[in-house]
Design a protein around this ligand. Sequence first.
Ligand code: PGA
Length: 261
Amino acid sequence: MRKTAIGISFKMYKNKQAEISAYLKEIIPYCENKSEIDVFVFPSMGTLETVSKLLEKSSIHYGAQIIAPIANGALTGEFSIDSLLDLNGDYVELAHAERRKIFKETEEMVRQKLILALEKRVTPVLCIGENTEEKINLRSHLQKQLVSAMKDIPLSSLKKVILAYEPIWAIGKAKAASSEHIHEAHQIIREELLSIFGVKVAEEIRIIYGGSVSRDNVAEIVNDDNVDGVFVGRFGHDPKNFKEIIDTVTKIKIAREKNVR
Ligand code: PGA
């Protein structure tokens, strides 16, 4: 059984230390003793140090929304994975659609960052997903993204990757993609992982869904064995909603596991 993973990215929304502190103070006690799931947080980059102090003794994972493709060097304004490690962060978000589109991150950069993260033993949350035009060739698009980011990486470290399936057309919208679409896409990703990287990687990699996840749609989304969790955005900005999302996902996954036994 793969461990359920539930994450949230604050993109560039909660940018002040007091805002993120108030948020985490609500979440930390709630997440105590939740060893059956992995909860992770990607705060606005300028609040990472505050987050690292607040989460020091918590089981909640945290990390950076970006890293540079190399750990050290002449890259003005970039963020080094060494700074993340120095702050004891153990997760990193890679290749979000906004990074690919607005900041022109290329497939090659994504690959370099993935290799670096795995070398430094940081868990990468690698975002993949199609735009509206690419939707008609969904399988070949997803396959291309998987191959370009993950080819020739030792299989033993690849298993650590969390894939976030985020259809670009469902990010920042009122509604998520339909659960039918999500379940189909996750199945495609699982099948492609199997054919490209073999059974161990396909069985162990977690695939989570992101794109307008909310407390209203999350139950349907995770009610499928290929969906190992969710990656939340705006609809988790109220800590009550994020807690409700965690609660719903945990209950559904526990119930599904019981049915399998
Ligand atoms: P959203 O963000 O839930 O606000 O659409 C999700 C994401 O971009 O990961």
